[in-house]
Ligand binder design. Structure first.
Ligand code: PRP
Length: 180
């Protein structure tokens, strides 16, 4: 994997410590409330698993699968639902858990979709955000790290379905995806 990786952007230790901080804030913000975590497959699997175990408040977990990237490296803006929630979220406090907000197109669609179901609240936790790539304003309540507009892999993030299992977040060498 070494030569496909350009550099490590966020280390395992930094991820662990950020999860702990954000879990503490979520525990406080949702104290006494019934919280439903909604993970967005497949990228959010790692962050969801780590966040859920770092929380002290009781939560439920559900999953949605949507697709926006295909096998390329740029957001298409076309969002398809591949798997819907099993849970009725009417009246529930929902926290969407994401690995990355890139253009914001996926989440902006998803938030509109979830709000139309009448939840008590909907907020977002995204481990990564690329401020320079945003194409639509999006209010992310909990952000792990703001990162440059580069192609990132690891900790759930893939390039053509590979590299998701890296325990850190790295940048992909341009030669892998046909860049310079
Ligand atoms: C990634 C990521 C977000 C979305 C962000 O998912 O998990 O859902 O792209 O991009 P955007 O802000 O530009 O819309 P992807 O569609 O690659 O699916 P995956 O989670 O299965 O890898």
């Amino acid at each position: 994997m070494g030569k496909d990786l350009e550099r490590i952007l966020v280390s395992e230790e930094e991820l662990r410590s950020k999860i702990k901080d954000i879990a503490g804030r979520i525990d406080e913000d949702y104290a006494g409330k019934d919280l439903l975590l909604v993970g967005v497959l497949k990228g959010a699997v790692m962050v969801m698993a780590d966040l859920a175990r770092a929380l002290h408040c009781p939560v439920q977990m559900d999953w949605m699968a949507v697709s926006s990237y295909g096998a390329g490296t740029k957001s298409s803006g076309v969002v398809r639902t591949l798997k819907d929630l099993d849970t009725d979220i009417a009246g529930r406090h929902v926290l969407v858990v994401e690995d990355i907000v890139d253009s914001g197109l996926t989440l902006s669609w998803l938030i509109r979709n979830l709000k139309s179901r009448g939840p008590a609240s909907v907020e977002i936790f995204a481990m990564l955000r690329k401020p320079d790539a945003l194409k639509t304003p999006i209010d992310v309540k909990y952000v792990g790290f703001d990162i440059p507009n580069e192609f990132v892999i690891g900790y759930g993030l893939d390039y053509a379905e590979r590299y998701r299992n890296l325990p850190f977040i790295g940048t992909l060498a341009p030669h892998v995806y046909g860049g310079k």
